[in-house]
Design a protein around this ligand. Structure first.
Ligand SMILES: NC(=O)c1ccc[n+]([C@@H]2O[C@H](COP(=O)([O-])OP(=O)(O)OC[C@H]3O[C@@H](n4cnc5c(N)ncnc54)[C@H](OP(=O)(O)O)[C@@H]3O)[C@@H](O)[C@H]2O)c1
Length: 214
């Protein structure tokens, strides 16, 4: 499968790419600057020894991917996604986006749509959006020799699209748990604010989440 990662030059997208490329997926890293994406792709080829990693503009990456992952900051969605709408038509689009605002009294700052994933769906109406991977920290992903001790909670409106996200998570050792429709993305994204606060308070880097009783 070819996975396009919009904002794949950042920490989260890069970590996901590092995991998936080792599972034999092809990766195309997207960026606002195609040259920066190509440089990051070269860095990942060198780090992993895997050759099936390329870089492109976000628009070209979206057009190339079988699955598109949105690993952008929340405040970059409105300026980026209209340009990739055609490339994402009919595709599974996985949003990792968490609307956090650091340095203010309110860390979790969801948009008017209710969640970043719902904003992604509104901006890409023909895509099949799934919200997932919010609780897996970038450095956990990039240290590919370590197992990740975390559940993959995901939600969305399309059962087949959710199965794709679940399979991509399970392939890297996460336990997938379906938490229903995309309208649950707000609480799902909000848990990341809790995890970030736990990390800060207990001087950790890798707080994660596991659901008991399942
Ligand atoms: N880091 C984590 O541990 C983690 C964990 C779970 C979820 N997340 C979520 O995943 C998303 C990506 O996280 P990240 O830490 O990788 O973010 P990041 O490094 O801040 O940004 C990712 C990439 O997005 C592009 N970008 C930055 N500002 C932009 C803007 N205003 N408009 C369009 N593109 C912009 C940049 O790429 P170019 O400059 O190359 O275009 C950047 O490399 C965020 O929503 C974050 O909340 C992060």
């Amino acid at each position: 499968m070819k996975i396009a990662i919009l904002g794949g030059t950042g920490k989260e997208g890069f970590g996901l790419a590092a995991r998936w490329v080792e599972l034999d997926h092809a990766i195309v890293i997207g960026s606002r600057d195609a040259e920066r994406a190509r440089a990051k792709a070269a860095e990942l080829r060198a780090a992993t020894g895997c050759q099936s990693i390329t870089g492109a503009s976000n628009r070209d990456a979206a057009a190339e991917g079988d699955v598109v992952v949105v690993a952008l900051p929340a405040n970059g969605l409105a300026s980026t996604l209209p340009d990739v709408r055609d490339g994402c038509r009919g595709k599974v689009v996985i949003s990792t986006v968490v609307p956090l605002t650091f340095g203010t009294s309110r860390l979790f700052t969801p948009p008017a749509a209710g969640s970043s994933a719902e904003e992604v769906q509104a901006l890409l109406p023909e895509a099949r959006v799934v919200a997932a991977f919010h609780h897996v920290a970038a450095h956990e992903l990039s240290e590919t020799e370590h197992e990740i001790d975390c559940d993959l909670l995901y939600c969305g409106g399309d059962a087949d699209a959710k199965q794709v996200a679940a399979t991509l998570g399970a392939s890297m050792g996460l336990r997938p748990l379906d938490i229903g429709p995309l309208t649950n993305a707000g609480p799902l994204e909000g848990i990341t604010a809790v995890l970030a606060t736990v990390n800060r308070r207990y001087k950790l880097k890798n707080a994660g989440i596991k659901i008991t009783g399942v």
